[in-house]
Design a protein around this ligand. Structure first.
Ligand SMILES: C[S@@+](CC[C@H](N)C(=O)[O-])C[C@H]1O[C@@H](n2cnc3c(N)ncnc32)[C@H](O)[C@@H]1O
Length: 219
């Protein structure tokens, strides 16, 4: 993969993948996007009603969403991060999240998330454990009830197969009741397909630089 580190507008890194001409995060601010879409609109919503949360992330990538979740959650988190093409250490070591996320322990947590073994649920702190799985969501069997989904795939224009309704149906079935699904994507067809899969959908204000995002709930 031909990858290039770039600085997004909030000063945090993202990665540009040349073959599909896509970045891993919003160029308007990688951390701002992750904070708004996944933490503020996802994690905080679920934490209101649960004190132990199973999170499924589709597209673990740089581990930024896992880092912020570990830093900002007040609940016990069992995190599963699915990744079809794990990034190598040379790329990961170049990322500046350990210095742009201003928390005393962010550097250590980021390092521990990446050095954790794959395929096993591994404790990072007393409240946060992670299982990184090298697989495609299409091939992954979800065996535990999921309370919160971070759907962070590349956009429908560059990776249409990630937005197929069959994936949404599979995820919906695996979710606990009142489970929440968040994605930065606000495309009308995606919202309609998530609705057809069973989710009750909301359009929410997007992160800086983006008008809207989507949140779904299993009632
Ligand atoms: C938008 S980027 C993810 C950003 C990531 N959450 C982060 O914070 O860095 C999309 C990710 O999905 C991964 N991916 C691509 N196809 C996938 C699939 N079928 N199943 C799971 N992950 C996939 C890509 O390799 C990439 O890491």
């Amino acid at each position: 993969m031909d990858l290039k580190l770039i600085i997004s507008k909030d000063g945090s890194h993202t990665i540009y993948r040349k073959d599909i001409e896509e970045t891993y995060h919003s160029r308007h601010g990688a951390i701002q996007e992750a904070q708004h879409v996944f933490i503020d609109m996802g994690l905080k919503e679920v934490e209101n009603s649960k004190n132990e949360i199973n999170i499924l992330e589709v597209g673990f990538g740089t581990g930024l969403n896992a880092l912020l979740t570990c830093l900002y959650s007040k609940s016990k988190i069992n995190y599963i991060g699915l990744e079809a093409l794990p990034l190598n250490n040379r790329v990961l070591d170049g990322l500046n999240y350990d210095t742009t996320v201003i928390e005393d322990n962010s550097q250590e947590i980021f390092k521990n998330i990446h050095s954790a073994p794959w395929e096993v649920q591994y404790p990072i702190t007393s409240l946060f454990s992670i299982k990184k799985v090298e697989t495609k969501i299409q091939e992954f069997e979800i065996t535990q009830p999921i309370d919160l989904v971070y759907y962070d795939a590349f956009g429908p224009n560059s990776q249409a197969e990630m937005w197929d309704i069959s994936i949404f149906e599979k995820i919906y079935k695996a979710m606990s009741s009142s489970g929440v699904f968040v994605t930065y994507c606000a495309k009308g067809q995606v919202r309609r397909d998530l609705t057809s899969a069973g989710f009750v959908m909301e359009r929410l204000e997007g992160p800086p630089g983006k008008r809207e995002m989507l949140r779904g709930r299993k009632l």
